[in-house]
Design a protein around this ligand. Sequence first.
Ligand code: 9WN
Length: 491
Amino acid sequence: MKSLLGQSRLDPDRTVGAQSLLDQSRLDPSLLTRSPAASALLDRPGAPAPGDIDADALRRGASQVLLANWTGASTVPSRTLYPHQWSWDSAFVAVGLRHLSAHRAQRELESLLAAQWADGRIPHIVFSPAVPEDAYFPSPSFWRSSQAGQVSGAPAAPETSGIVQPPVHALAAWLVHRADPEESRRRGFLDRVHPRLTAWHDYLLTRRDLGGGGLAAAVHPWEPGTDNSPCWDRALARVEPALPGTFRRADLDHGRSADRPTDLDYGRYVRLAADYREAGYDDRATRHAFAVEDPCFNALLIVSERALAAMARVLGRDDTPHTARADALTRHLVTRLWDADAGLFRVRDLHTDTLVDEGAVTGLVPLVVPHLPAEVVRSLRDTLTGPRFRAPATRLVPSYDLTGPAFDAHRYWRGPAWFNTAWLIHRGLRVHGLDTDAARLRRGFLAEAGHSGFAEYVDPVTGTPRGARHFSWTASLTLDLLNADAEETLP
Ligand code: 9WN
């Protein structure tokens, strides 16, 4: 154990380094010796990293987080704040787990897909029956999926939420397959996941094309994964909040209230989810009071559709429906959400059919889409490296425009820098051959992940860690970026 820590060179500018990874961690040190499987995972050889990063310490710290957050079939985002399985978290976790165990990464995704509804939706939370009811709100008894969701094809078990999260799963499944194609073939992994992931995209492109413009809509601020982004403020203001006192927030037991969404936001989240539930989670029967087209959500749908095409080719199936969909989605994304004057993609509010005048990191994530017009790529790169998104302390990307009126360096998706969006933008920079920018972002990512103890997010101005520590996708995507030199991009 000592040898993990004795040689930290993580960030010479700061007094904390790899030592802090484990000092802060409270992870069980006997984990390594108690389980032969666990120690085999940790003994994989390391990959090269930028000169000032101690790749070995970082890799071991990240692996420990993933081992500690593994429940036996999937990974919780955080043992304290998020004690169940989350949809896009699991996809990001699988991306990193594949470097430790392709088999375990497959199980991560397949346990999520086992909770898929008959209408194709992948729920945003799969609840563990082993976790106490009051450990997270909204709990299974709020969503009541097996009862209220019957008309939409919710499974009898497990209990789940009724909303969704961004469709990054097919990309993750493809990357997991590529990590060990032999193991994937032996287990029939692609054979099983390809039809399920296709049904998931079908759901999004039929039931969720609420704007009629060929993009998928989100009907709750939790669906794009950026809960309290300023992009939702106007749309949410139209929603009558649930009365205070009718629900109890569990997140404040673990998170600082200044880092979390406000009570007023929560009242509105609860109202929207309850209304959806009362309509059986049926998109045809619900009058969605909140409906938006989000650029990150749709960009991930495009990349995932290309991943389905790649899977179809491996399986000897026709890939043209997937490539045709990806091409059409790319056109719609640019036509409906690109704002050339602002130099980024915007959210479209479907109630007013207008673009929301706020700049968020989700408007830069479409860089991950191949075949974008060259001027769009140029402009996104300028915005990314310009004053609005160049975080002074972290080399990461803030979640919201540093110069925007709603910027708040602490509060969740209103300013703090997150690791999953940085990973996606890093991937986008690679896709478009912007390798110098990619290398800079990668270096910043790895330094901050180590320095922060794999925090959920960090203050972009001071670099202070915020939110949960030992956060699974931060650890997992760290492992992936440590291997990024070998990464391939999709055609
Ligand atoms: C609500 C689990 C999830 C992430 C989201 C992040 C946060 C939940 C919450 O945590 O949302 O889904 O309780 O705040 O915003 O992106 O998937 O890590």
